[in-house]
Structures are given as structure tokens and as C-alpha cells.
Design a protein around this ligand. Sequence first.
Ligand SMILES: Nc1ncnc2c1ncn2[C@@H]1O[C@H](COP(=O)(O)OP(=O)(O)OP(=O)(O)O)[C@@H](O)[C@H]1O
Ligand SMILES: [Mg+2]
Length: 251
Amino acid sequence: MKNEQPILQGIKLTKEFGGLRANSEVDFELYRGEILGLIGPNGAGKTTLISMISGTTSITSGDVLFKGKSIKGLKPYQIGRLGIARTYQIVKPFPGMTVLENVSVGAMFGRGGNKRNTKQCLEIAEEVIEFLGLGKFKDVKADSLNVAQRKRLEMAKALAMDPEVILFDEVMAGLNPGEIDEAVDIIKKIRDRGVTLLVIEHVMRAIKAICDRIFVLHHGEKIADGTPEEVLNDEKVIKAYLGKRYKQLTA
Ligand SMILES: Nc1ncnc2c1ncn2[C@@H]1O[C@H](COP(=O)(O)OP(=O)(O)OP(=O)(O)O)[C@@H](O)[C@H]1O
Ligand SMILES: [Mg+2]
């Protein structure tokens, strides 16, 4: 436990869908400047957790604090304005719009977005597009991008919101090993820009390369929390998620 106030904190976060408890009293702390990984098997409740934080799903019980203040019950756009951005596991570009237009929407709806005019939003979008290496696709329609480019666009839309915290939901899913290495570098660059990150990912190689700490969900409950070294060697985590094969591979 660090000796400072977390920038983002979940307190006993619980989500019920009918009789199903997708998250059960989940506590977590995210500290300014760090990359926190969130891992766990399919259906463990990872996406549901970031949907509660971003306001896209309601919270059954518990609370989320952003810089010490509850954001529970706020609308997604209000949470975006405060400085929290997210990406979607199933990417959601505006298909008929260009990359530049898509990213400028992020600048319109993020932190300070209501004080900017369209020209300023386009300028921010241009900068983010260059920063993320999407420059040559700037004027291409989003629906003609491949998977890796769409994932990168999803990151760009979030970054253009000028957030203090970004929640990434599997931005490496479907990428080949070379593309994963590029995504790892990009995520580190985003952190070096001063953004704090919560990263959901199944690619363990990437998780180990980028995360300062990791926590693990299993059937909606947090079963481990610590450094990558501690968590990836935890017997409970190996049993619930990584499997024996992973242990043999890394032994
Ligand atoms: N809108 C919903 N209505 C009903 N059940 C839901 C809803 N969204 C998620 N669930 C259920 O909640 C549980 C957690 O789902 P969630 O998508 O959060 O898992 P996940 O850890 O993100 O999985 P994955 O690794 O496959 O993305 C699952 O059993 C899922 O079927
Ligand atoms: Mg998910």
C-alpha cells in the first residue's frame, strides 16, 4: 500500500446481472503514474469492472473514487469530462468517418472538450494521431482499417480525451507478435506522457513487460494483487487462469 491517495479507487464494487454476480466486493487502488494490469479468465468480470468505473453500466453496490471523490451515478460523458477515458474490447469506431474525424470526437467529449472549438479538436486529434503512428491513415475511413489499426484508433480516441486515467480493454487482442511489441511500446509512451493506466489483457508477455502491479479476477472476485512476479507465480492464479502449461513454459 502506497503512502498517497490513489487517483482511482474501487471500494467493494459489486455488479449483479439478475442472479449473476459479475463483480463481488472488488477493491483496487490505482496510483498516479503507474500501469496496473487486470487479468483473469473469460467471464471473470474484467470488462464489467471498467464499465462500472466509466459509468456505462450501473453499480449495484460499492463505490468508485476519482481523486478522492465518488463518481458513482455520474453519466459516462461526465466521467469523460472529469478525466477518465476507456476503450472497448469490441472496437466501436464511427465507420463512415475518417480516422481524423473519429479521433477529434474524443477531443470534443473529453477533459476540457466543452471549451474547445472544432478547429482546436482537430488539432488535438492530429497530434494524437501522429503520436500513435497513425499519421498515414489520417484521411482513411475507419471501416477500411485492419484489426491492429482499429485497436490503435480506439487508443487514439481515448487519448484525445486528454484523460488523467485510461482504462484499456484488451487493446492487443487479435494482434500478431510484432504488433503486440509495437502496442507495448505505445502503452509505455502513453504512460510517459503522464497518463495513468489500467490495462486488461490476456497477453501475459505484454502484461509482464508493462505493468507495475497486477490484480486478478476470478468469478467476479479478486483472488490476487501484487507485482507481476508475485501474481504470476501465485498458485491460486496458476490454478484459476494461467494453467500448468504456463508454469512449465516460464520455469
Ligand atoms: N449486460 C450483461 N447482462 C448480463 N450478463 C452480463 C452482461 N455483461 C456481462 N455479463 C456477464 O457477466 C460476467 C462477466 O463478464 P465480463 O464481460 O465482465 O467478463 P470479462 O472478464 O471481461 O471476460 P472476457 O475475458 O471474455 O472479456 C459473464 O458471466 C458475462 O456473461
Ligand atoms: Mg472483457
